[in-house]
Ligand binder design. Sequence first.
Ligand code: DP6
Length: 322
Amino acid sequence: MISATAFAHPNIALVKYWGKRDLRLNLPSVSSLSLTLGPWRTQTRVTWGSYEDRVSLDGSWIEGSAAVKVLAHLDRIDPRRPPCTVVSDNDFPTGAGLASSASGFAALTLAACAAAQQDRSIDELSILARQGSGSACRSLWGGFVQWNRGQRPDGTDSHGAPIADQDHWDVSMVVAVVHDGPKSVGSTEGMLRTAQTSPLYQTWLDTAEANVHTAHEAVLKRDIQALGEVMESSTFKMHATMHTASPPLIYWQPGTVAAIQAVFELRKRGVGAWVTMDAGPQVKVLCLSKDADDVQRILQPHAQRVEVLRAGGPATVRVHAD
Ligand code: DP6
């Protein structure tokens, strides 16, 4: 019986993944680019060879669809696996608007492959993590990461790739939690509905790769304005496809719009700050770290809490012989 414990940070897409070209292999219709965020992280321990399958999440043993998804991921890693125990904990608040599925499936993949003594490259680990949850394939690396959509039908060219590590550039992501509560429609269902019904979806597809290219260049040049502008463009285009789906998908709450307006006002006063939102109401603001206090202050009146996050490092794993 071997156990392994992995740590992975969540990540936030600066240029978004939204839409799937293959549901079974979880292949994206567009490339995306993210920033791995610290200090928040998921810790996952996998014991390969226990007396039955068991899954614990944030301190409680769970059953139902979340446990089924975790165990199906272990089957993907080794279809002839023994029963396993998975214990996973996030040190960040749920509902904070950062997908715990990204750090969760990255840590699960890393811990399970190590516990199973599989010798896999980091690209193979990313491909596996992608099949658990798309955004997870970017959380294996620290700093700025690009996920190329790939062309191959088997998905072997669709995985994360590092652009610049966490020490490349001192940027912050200021997260305003404007509304607590469960997500109305999950990402997978939301993506399918958008692709099937939004008249703007084709424009989204047609412009995504150029956005990734612009963001990549901006990261390398440390050009916060260029990165902020393309990030906002990607987020508002994604939300436009959601808003024009049938029935419409509106993840925003009144606090979302208030926070966006506050950031626009701050920008008029000369502070470089740009917004992004995912499949939920929270507003996340990209800025240079020297401006993070100003951003935090203007978001406070519109939010239940505001957290300042920095670039995080790569996922890590260690093996223990029990
Ligand atoms: C809006 O990675 O959660 O956050 O692959 O269906 O598990 P699945 O989706 P998921 O979607 C993330 C969508 C997003 C944008 C992004 O992170 O790129």
